[in-house]
Design a protein around this ligand. Sequence first.
Ligand code: PXL
Length: 272
Amino acid sequence: MLEFSLPIELPVALTIAGSDPSGGAGLQADLKTFHQFGVYGMAIPTLVTVQNTRSVEAVVPLDAGLVRNQLDCVQRDIPPSAAKIGAIPDTIVLEAIAEWASDFDAPLVVDPVIKSTHGQTLTSHDAVTAMIEVLLPSCLLVTPNLHEASLMSGVAVHDPSTMRDAAERIAACGVRHVLVKGGHLEGPAVDLLWSDGDALEFSSARIHSRHTHGTGCTYSAAITALLAQSVALVDAVVAAKRFVTEAIRTAPGLGQGSGPVNHHAPTGLGRG
Ligand code: PXL
């Protein structure tokens, strides 16, 4: 007789993010990444975009009450062991999420998606200010790119030293770990993790590709999936960066514009 050994407990992660119908970014990228890392994914949309790999044609915010009801509804039934927050359209939705987050007691990652790959504003400036004031104190990790780190810190970020200054200032807003992604600098892709007052740098070879749509979503989703499995934060960042680098290197070349990365890339966990 065959005997199956099922996982004793399936890890669960939640994404609260925008919808990208082309599947490369937003909650679609997050769910694929959760799945690839062996994690059961749940998803709450905050806004709906009309977009493909060439352009964003519309961004439609969802109602804050609807977002909050979804949060409460899934939380009381399947409480996730980690969650991530992506694009937030406006201050009202931000405040609804922040109120929920203040009671959430598992690791919470926020990827402050201010603009889409094509430069369309997804998170309003007011919402970024509110994010710093009311959401960051409930988060374990925030993962800005250079532009987002500049906006959040007021430091013009353009090299490793200013990445560190910005990270330190953002951490002072009440978040323990800040990962500033240096992917848009020249040379190797160096990310700086400000972690409990220490600065750590992670470097990977730069891959020249136009197929980088959704890279930031995929990176923070991979970190969240690992945190949902109780992996330590620094180890989660190292493994997630490796996954994303491989996902860019093996991008499937879909679409006529900036296509998605390869969400089937190996995770290094021995099952993806
Ligand atoms: O990759 C950032 C991002 C996040 N969320 C949504 C997006 C994008 C980029 O286009 O569309 C919904």
